[in-house]
Each structure stands twice: as structure tokens, then as C-alpha cells.
Design a protein around this ligand. Structure first.
Ligand SMILES: Nc1ncnc2c1ncn2[C@@H]1O[C@H](COP(=O)(O)OP(=O)(O)OP(=O)(O)O)[C@@H](O)[C@H]1O
Ligand SMILES: [Mg+2]
Length: 240
């Protein structure tokens, strides 16, 4: 497994766990998606994995290295990158300045990696001198992904990268995530666009109230009547 978490108990305040005995296993080279209602603990799980929330019990491993309780600044060294749900770019800086910040530890590789990122995301290259805040929502997410890629991670955790985007832009961002797996990167994704995410992902975990609910191959859950009723139906009702 690229990533596994077992028996995770974690929260923001001592003795008030948000996650109770949560476990996930993310196969290498997969897109694994976590879905669940608002407040389910999806972001908390990502933050527990990335050392931003204290883990009081359980074990997290990345490529069989124990990373439980890792400091966020040690993540890149472990080959893990994190794209947060909010504030994942610096809007008042230019695209180039954002990428320079992400590449600050790349050493002699810096220029090469910058060119690689521009080649992968041509709209970012074109707008390199513009403020990141002026980008479209989709392009901002691509910038956030580019910043995550700067450290050449083997695992990227993305928290709702398609939130607030048009269906087309959301699809592009999800397809970008899928494309990264073709280069051997493993993706763990939190998503609210359940149908789109299930169509694209390999595996899915459903969390609710800080606990594991259902998990399995994404294609199976897409056809599962219970999942359909709770998640796909609910989404349609909200959208209408
Ligand atoms: N910084 C915080 N301090 C205290 N409690 C928090 C904090 N952040 C989140 N929580 C609580 O933890 C629970 C889980 O929140 P979390 O953000 O993990 O949910 P989520 O599944 O990511 O929801 P959403 O779909 O809205 O992003 C919620 O009850 C929330 O109020
Ligand atoms: Mg969240």
C-alpha cells in the first residue's frame, strides 16, 4: 500500500475525538476517494495524515514507513504532498512567485522543475507574471496541484480540489489527478462531486460522523443502491 491508516482516533481538542477508529488503505498508483456528508471528518482525516491534527491512537504508514504524528514540514521529505481545501495558493503573489515558493527546497533542480511544471500546465506558463488571484477557479486548482508536484511526491492528498468549480473545470481537475497516476503518483482525494469522483476513482471510502461507513471499488459503489440513495440522490436534491 502507498498509504495506510489504521484505528485512527484524532481530533482538535483532547478527549473530544472527531475520528473514531478510522482506517483506509490506498493502493500504489490508485486514485482513492473519500466521500461523506459535511462534517463527516474527511478533512480531519487528511489533516491527521499530514500531521496537522493530533493523532491520539492508531498508525499511519506511507510506503511502509511509519508517519504517524509526522510534522507537516517533514512531509515533502517523505514524498507526500498535501493540497488543502482552502487557501492553497497565495493570491496576491504571481504564479511564478507561487511556484518559486513551492520550489524553494529543490536546490540545483529548481529551473528544470519549473520548466516541467510550465510544460505540464501551459496556462500557468502563459500567465506566469499575473497574480494568482486573477486566475479562474480551475486554474487556481491547477496551480495548487503544480505547487504540490514541486517536491516530486509519490503521494498527493487533495482536499476537495473541485469544490466551487464548474462541472467542466471540476472534470478537468479530476482528470488531471487521474493523469498523475499514470506517472506513478498515488492520489488520495476528498470529493463532494460524488458521481464524478466515483466514475474516475479506483477505490472509495465513505465516512460519516467520524467513522468508516462503506468502502469498496468505486465502480461498485457507483451502482450501489444504498450509496445512490444517500449520496447521489441527496446531491440531486441539493442541486435542484
Ligand atoms: N479547527 C477545528 N477545531 C475544532 N473542531 C473542528 C475544526 N475543524 C473541524 N472541526 C469539526 O470536526 C468535524 C469534522 O470536520 P471536517 O472539516 O473534518 O469535516 P469534512 O468532512 O471535511 O466536512 P466538509 O465536507 O464540510 O469539508 C466537524 O464537526 C467540525 O465542526
Ligand atoms: Mg472538508
Amino acid at each position: 500500500m502507498a498509504l495506510s491508516a489504521e484505528g485512527i482516533i484524532a481530533g482538535y481538542v483532547p478527549d473530544l475525538p472527531i475520528l473514531t477508529d478510522v482506517g483506509i488503505a490506498v493502493p500504489r498508483g490508485s486514485v482513492t476517494v473519500i466521500i461523506g456528508p459535511n462534517g463527516a471528518g474527511k478533512s480531519t482525516l487528511i489533516k491527521a495524515i499530514t500531521g496537522l491534527v493530533k493523532v491520539s491512537a492508531g498508525r499511519i504508514t506511507h510506503e511502509s514507513a511509519d508517519i504517524t504524528g509526522i510534522r507537516p514540514d517533514q512531509l515533502a521529505g517523505q514524498g507526500v504532498a498535501y493540497v488543502p481545501q482552502m487557501d492553497n495558493i497565495f493570491r496576491t503573489l504571481t504564479i511564478r512567485q507561487n511556484l518559486d515558493l513551492a520550489l524553494r527546497n529543490a536546490g540545483p533542480d529548481t529551473a528544470l522543475r519549473l520548466e516541467e511544471l510550465y510544460a505540464r500546465f501551459p496556462p500557468l506558463a502563459e500567465k506566469r507574471h499575473e497574480k494568482a488571484g486573477a486566475l479562474s477557479g480551475g486554474q487556481r486548482q491547477f496551480l495548487a496541484v503544480a505547487m504540490a508536484l514541486a517536491s516530486r511526491p509519490s503521494l498527493i492528498l487533495m482536499d476537495e480540489p473541485s469544490a466551487g468549480l464548474s462541472p467542466k473545470a471540476a472534470q478537468e481537475v479530476l482528470e488531471c489527478a487521474r493523469g498523475l497516476t499514470e506517472q506513478g503518483v498515488t492520489i488520495l482525494l476528498v470529493e463532494q462531486n460524488v458521481k464524478q469522483a466515483l466514475r474516475l476513482a479506483d477505490h472509495c471510502y465513505i465516512l460519516a460522523e467520524g467513522r468508516n461507513q462503506i468502502d469498496g471499488p468505486a465502480a461498485d459503489l457507483l451502482c450501489d443502491p444504498v450509496v445512490g440513495e444517500i449520496y447521489l440522490g441527496a446531491k440531486r436534491a441539493r442541486a435542484s
